[in-house]
Design a protein around this ligand. Structure first.
Ligand code: GAR
Length: 194
C-alpha cells in the first residue's frame, strides 16, 4: 500500500480529483490532507471523503519539524501539492527526496517563481500575449517551481481569452492529468515501509 499526503491551501478541486481517482484502490490511500488555511474549500471536501485533515500555521511549518515528523510517523510515500502556496522548508524536502510533486498552472519555466500562483499566473500569461499555456507537474525542491519537470500539457490561448478563460482551460488539463501522473510517480517509488 502506498500512502499519499496532499497539501492544499485553496478550493481543493485537484485534491478531490485525486481522491476520486484512488477511491477504492487497494494499492494507494490518501492518508491526510494538510493545509495552512482553516477556511480552505479543501477542508470540506476532505470531510466528505473522510480523509483526516491536519492544519498548521507558519511558525509550526518553518520553525519546527512537526509536520516532517508527522509525515514520517504516518509512513507517507508521496507528498502531493495541489494548490499549496507556501515554499517547502528545507528539512521537509530533504526528508522526502524525489517524493514531493507539485502542479503549476503554466508551462514552466515561464510564469513561475515567487508570487506566481493561481490567478496571478493566468493574468501574466494574458498580459504577455502568449498563444498557449498549460500545466507543469514537477518534483519539488527548496525553490519555487524549479524542481525537475515530470509532465506538461498545453492548451491554446486566443487573443480574446481573459485570465478566467485561461484558468478554465488549464483546470481541465489539471483534472485530466494530475491523478494519473501521481499514479505513475507512485508506481516508480520503492515502498518506504518495505
Ligand atoms: C491550481 O490551478 C494549481 O495549479 C495552482 O493552484 C490551483 C489550485 O486549485 N497552484 C499554483 O498556482 C502553485 N504555484 P484547486 O484548489 O482547485 O485544486
Amino acid at each position: 500500500m502506498k500512502r499519499i499526503a496532499i497539501f492544499a491551501s485553496g478550493s481543493g478541486s485537484n485534491a478531490e480529483k485525486i481522491a476520486d481517482y484512488f477511491a477504492g484502490s487497494a494499492d494507494v490511500s490518501i492518508e491526510l490532507i494538510v493545509s495552512n488555511n482553516p477556511k480552505a474549500g479543501v477542508i470540506d471536501r476532505a470531510r466528505r471523503y473522510h480523509i483526516p485533515v491536519v492544519l498548521f500555521d507558519r511558525t509550526t511549518f518553518y520553525q519546527t519539524d512537526h509536520i516532517t515528523r508527522l509525515l514520517q510517523q504516518q509512513n507517507i510515500d508521496l507528498i502531493v501539492l495541489a494548490g499549496f502556496m507556501w515554499l517547502m522548508p528545507g528539512g521537509l524536502v530533504q526528508a522526502f527526496p524525489d517524493r514531493i510533486v507539485n502542479i503549476h498552472p503554466a508551462l514552466l519555466p515561464k510564469f513561475g517563481g515567487k508570487g506566481m500562483y493561481g490567478h496571478f499566473v493566468h493574468e501574466a500569461v494574458v498580459a504577455a500575449g502568449e498563444t498557449e499555456s498549460g500545466i507543469t507537474i514537477h518534483f519539488v525542491n527548496e525553490h519555487y517551481d524549479e524542481g525537475a519537470p515530470i509532465f506538461q500539457a498545453r492548451c491554446p490561448v486566443t487573443p480574446t481569452d481573459t485570465p478566467d478563460d485561461v484558468a478554465r482551460k488549464v483546470q481541465v488539463l489539471e483534472h485530466e492529468h494530475y491523478p494519473r501522473v501521481v499514479a505513475d510517480v507512485l508506481a516508480t517509488l520503492p515502498d518506504r515501509t518495505a
